[in-house]
Design a protein around this ligand. Structure first.
Ligand code: BG6
Length: 483
């Protein structure tokens, strides 16, 4: 017998969509270049379009960009099949067996890159064709977001998924967890002794999380009309960032140990009653405006968007984590499209010194630890310092760490996540209970919004969102750091 099997087969459902050429093929090429793929990785595309191996490769060649992608494309193949039709899955099973007869493969990774309305059909199709059984190798499934549209649909989806796969076979993607700067939150907090003693309600005044985009909805109007900023960004990316900031130290850097702590945070978020929602949240929608000197249309003028749409493209929330560490410390979360600039940042604002010793000390800003997630990745700690000279004069200064100082390129989110799914490490993927707990928070807000008579507040494209988002903090005597 030979040693451990090393290769794997990646089956992409919905292979003719954007994700394959934009993210997956370049990620495979980069993993290959970096020597991070053990053995062969065969890619099997599955989709409805009438293609064969050669025309599938041609299609990829027209759209994929990046070094080393030609070799990856050359080793792809294609199975044509409907997501609802058993014959397609039978065909796929045959193709997989053929490939497996010709090489040594540790298992198969099924990747759902199809529209979410087909997820259930695909789970069932895989199950009925016996493709989920771990006979002769691992069988794992990567599920892209959105995972459901509210708690009930997420629970149904989980139930369907678990008819076919065990939780340990499931990898739910939140690509923010694959970002270097996001993984670094855990390292910063738990590989350094100085933060943990301060990381609580005694020393932290509040936390701000901003994920701002300058782009609009682009060609995704149809999807976005359903989703909005709350489902598209808050439910996953921003709440995930919040869990990493708020979680307790895990007992080990292992998938379940980390995720146990994250889910506790989500469960500890106080769910606002509908009548409290207007006081704790803001929703906005971009109107026309100017970004980087260019005039851009409003959301309601975008393709596939209803001219009277009330879908939010901006959301700001004030959340509370009800546990001993965080009681009374607000977490302000904010995300929006067509904002002034693309910038994602977490700021942890510390309380002021308990006593003022110096003249005009009150003019200093409070200490803020800013984790710049993207772009311009880095960490800044602002402190007060004495200006050189005979007088006691204080000024704000910044201690700065820049990711560029490593002098090496970071791993792209999809490279990291694809790699981890192939080796079976689910630390950076969201677990069933986590995704459901996040929906619970979103549902509570959505219920409040549905009872509101007014729609979202219109903000000009190129601004920092509705004025009410500023008032949300002013009301508490605070302000957004990023603006
Ligand atoms: C996706 C959302 O999950 O994240 C998009 O669906 C959004 O609407 C994107 O633009 C932002 O990701 P990133 O990595 O560019 O910050």
């Amino acid at each position: 017998m030979s040693g451990a099997k090393e290769g794997a087969i990646l089956v992409v459902f919905g292979a003719t969509g954007d994700l394959t050429h934009r993210k997956l093929i370049p990620a495979v090429a980069e993993l290959r270049r970096a020597g991070l793929l053990k053995g062969a990785l065969e890619i099997v595309g599955y989709a409805r379009q009438d293609l064969d191996d050669a025309s599938f490769r041609d299609l990829l060649r027209q759209t994929v960009e990046g070094d080393g992608t030609d070799d990856v494309i050359a080793s792809t193949c294609y199975v044509r099949g409907d997501f609802r039709d058993a014959a397609g899955y039978e065909q796929l099973a045959k193709r997989l067996q053929e490939i497996e007869r010709g090489g040594s493969y540790a298992g198969r990774l099924y990747y759902l890159a199809a529209p979410p309305s087909f997820y259930t059909d695909i789970f069932r199709g895989i199950g009925a064709a016996g493709l989920a059984k771990e006979e002769g190798g691992f069988r794992r499934i990567v599920v892209e977001k959105p995972f459901g549209g509210d708690l009930a649909t997420a629970q149904e989806l989980n139930a369907e998924l678990h008819e076919v796969f065990d939780e340990k076979q499931v990898f739910r993607i939140d690509h923010y967890l694959g970002k270097e700067t996001v993984q670094n939150i855990l390292v910063l907090r738990f590989a350094n002794g100085i933060f943990e003693p301060l990381w609580n309600r005694r020393y932290i005044d509040h936390v701000q999380i901003t994920v701002a985009e300058s782009l609009g909805v682009e060609h995704r109007g149809r999807y976005y009309e359903e989703a909005g900023a709350l489902r598209d960004m808050m439910q996953n990316h921003l709440l995930q960032l919040m869990t990493l900031i708020a979680m307790e130290p895990p007992v080990a850097f292992e998938a379940d140990a980390v995720r146990n702590e994250k889910v506790k945070v989500l469960r500890a978020i106080r769910l606002p009653a509908p009548h409290e929602v207007p006081r704790l949240t803001v929703r906005g929608q971009y109107g026309k405006g100017e970004i980087g000197g260019e005039r851009v249309p409003g959301y309601r003028q975008e393709p596939d968007v209803a001219p009277d749409s009330n879908r939010e493209t901006f959301a700001a929330l004030k959340l509370h984590v009800e546990n001993w560490r965080w009681a009374d410390v607000p977490f302000y979360l904010r995300t929006g499209k067509r904002l002034q600039q693309r910038a994602s940042e977490i700021s942890v604002q510390f309380q002021r010194a308990p006593q003022r010793l110096f003249p005009r000390e009150a003019r200093l800003k409070p200490n803020v630890l800013r984790l710049r997630i993207q772009p311009d990745e880095g960490i800044t700690l602002s402190v007060g310092a004495k200006v050189p000279g005979m007088k006691i004069e204080l000024r704000d200064v910044e201690m700065e760490f820049d990711y560029d100082s490593f002098g090496q390129r970071g791993t792209e989110a999809y490279e990291r996540l694809l790699h981890d799914a192939l080796i079976g490490d689910s630390t950076l993927f969201t677990r069933k209970d986590e995704v459901e707990a996040a929906w619970q928070v979103v549902d509570a807000i959505e219920r409040g919004w549905q009872q509101e008579e007014s729609g979202p507040e219109i903000y000009p494209a190129g601004s920092w969102g509705p004025e009410s988002a500023d008032e949300l903090l002013h009301h508490d005597g605070r302000r957004w750091h990023l603006r």
